[in-house]
Ligand binder design. Structure first.
Ligand code: GLU
Length: 294
């Protein structure tokens, strides 16, 4: 069984991504799991520099010593697998013609959370669907029966969240992140998911979908984000926070590892550490729950 790191090649990895990668690697190695890297380039037409960015992301992981097992998998090559999984889900899938704006105004979701889909298109008649298909192409949603689901997170404990009728394939034909991630984790034998806590909210939906597709629900560990000192998220394109930018500014690789380890409560300030020491010290339940301000 394996853990994984699954970056999107939209920009170079920044300090937050590097920290997530380190935790994912430590969590996998500390539990004697394999470690897989998967490139989440599902939306490849909108990721024009993806190949170059993937090369730099993998080089960064290598520079930090975060070795992975097997070939790096790319989501853009896996459409057939997603089609096959979608076919298995067919009894639960329906066409949705709502625009993003229509969903947002119908729901008034609190800021930062995904709006709950109100089910507008769930029970359309065949005639209504035919008429709407001539107006716009449909997205595909799953009928989740408005479930609520509890997941267990290694850091946050029990987390209950909504499972609404989320999108599995977008109107432009691209499979949705929430769908592809579950299919990939299931097919790749991933039983440990480590990522930023901005995705904690998605875990109940993904756990529900995994069960529908006959995959075991993985263990989850959602780690707090790295934020700029003013509390805003690190900009993906801020070169100063990329590994190359940090090294250019005078940080060394051992210095970076020490800084990341300290931010995770795994080392004293400026303590020189190596990865094997961190593997021995790693305890997911004792990671900080606060965002790391840089
Ligand atoms: N590809 C996502 C990202 O780069 C991570 C998704 C996941 O780990 O489930 O933020």
């Amino acid at each position: 069984m394996s853990g994984r790191f699954a970056p999107t090649p939209s920009a170079d990895l920044h300090l937050g991504n590097l920290r997530t990668a380190l935790v994912a690697w430590l969590a996998a190695r500390a539990s004697a799991r394999g470690f897989i890297v998967r490139v989440e380039d599902l939306d490849w037409p909108r990721l024009p520099d993806a190949d170059a960015i993937v090369r730099r992301q993998l080089a960064d992981l290598t520079r930090l010593g975060l070795t992975w097992d097997g070939e790096v998998v790319r989501q853009r090559d896996r459409t057939d697998l997603y089609e096959a999984a979608l076919a298995r889900l067919a009894p639960l899938v329906y066409e949705c013609f709502c625009s993003r704006k229509e969903v947002a105004t119908a729901t008034r979701a609190p800021h930062g959370t995904t709006p709950r889909y109100p089910g507008t298109c769930r029970n359309l008649t065949a005639a209504a669907r035919d008429r709407l298909r001539r107006v716009r192409p449909p997205a595909l949603r799953v009928d989740a029966g408005a479930a609520e689901l509890m997941v267990h997170d290694e850091l946050w404990g029990r987390y209950a969240g909504l499972v609404d009728d989320f999108v599995v394939r977008r109107a432009d034909g691209v499979f949705a992140y929430n769908f592809a991630v579950v299919v990939d984790d299931g097919l790749q034998g991933i039983d440990q998911v480590v990522r930023g806590d901005d995705l904690l909210e998605s875990a109940p939906r993904q756990a529900w979908l995994a069960t529908q597709l006959g995959f075991p629900v993985p263990s989850y560990l959602h780690i707090p984000l790295v934020l700029a000192a003013d509390g805003t998220r690190l900009a993906k394109r801020d070169r100063a926070q990329s590994l190359t930018g940090l090294l250019d500014a005078g940080l060394t690789l051992p210095g970076l590892l020490s800084r990341l380890a300290h931010s995770l409560g795994l080392a004293a300030a400026d303590e020189p550490v190596d990865l094997m020491t961190l593997v021995r010290r790693f305890n997911p339940a004792r990671l900080p729950r606060e965002p790391w301000l840089v």
